[in-house]
Ligand binder design. Structure first.
Ligand SMILES: *[C@@H]1O[C@H](CO)[C@@H](O)[C@H](O)[C@H]1NC(C)=O
Ligand SMILES: *[C@@H]1O[C@H](CO)[C@@H](O)[C@H](O)[C@H]1NC(C)=O
Length: 161
């Protein structure tokens, strides 16, 4: 295999991505797939140092941001998917309960990370604001379709804000 240094960015499940992967395979071009959205965000942050930094500068804060971003991807997002599949009121109630719990954790994480400022990243948008913020539209649609509040101003005021 030729060592090309080609890096392919995109979702592995995407059929468009499959076309590119097939073409690279046919040409025996060695490539590396970066299919994790958040890894791309980290790469952008490392590669372009102009503009505000996305991840916090302090190692402890960086680790915390990565931890909660993984929580969003591994816990919150799958629960939103489960809501779609849940059949019957009881099953739906259970998913809602878990979703509220997840948002309560994120509320506490927000209070800790934002240190009284407007964003997880403090004064400006950071890694966690991107990780969770990209789902706000989806969350709002879910709220409308299920006639319920997920980001509740009374239960999770900081996060809702
Ligand atoms: C709840 O929202 C999801 C979208 O995440 C939707 O697929 C589902 O049909 C909604 N449930 C009801 C009962 O409207
Ligand atoms: C927030 O900070 C407090 C005090 O340091 C800590 O005890 C708590 O576990 C933190 N909560 C979260 C969700 O990170």
């Amino acid at each position: 295999m030729a060592t090309s240094g080609v890096k392919l960015l995109g979702a592995r499940q995407s059929p468009f991505m499959t076309r590119v992967m097939m073409a690279l395979e046919m040409k025996s071009i060695d490539y590396e797939v970066i299919c994790e959205f958040l890894i791309i965000v980290q790469y952008i942050d490392d590669a372009w140092t102009n503009g505000p930094s996305i991840l916090p500068p302090h190692p402890h804060d960086r680790a915390t941001a990565r931890f909660w971003a993984a929580f969003v991807d591994d816990k919150l997002v799958p629960l939103l998917g489960q809501l779609r599949e849940a059949e019957g009121e009881d099953a739906k109630e259970l998913v809602f309960k878990k979703l509220f719990e997840a948002f309560m954790w994120l509320e506490e994480a927000f209070i800790n990370c934002s240190k009284g400022k407007a964003f997880f990243g403090g004064d400006s948008i950071g890694y966690l604001d991107i990780a969770l913020g990209s789902f706000v539209g989806y969350i709002r649609v879910t709220e409308m379709m299920n006639e319920t509040k997920l980001l509740d101003e009374t239960k999770t005021p900081s996060l809702a804000g």
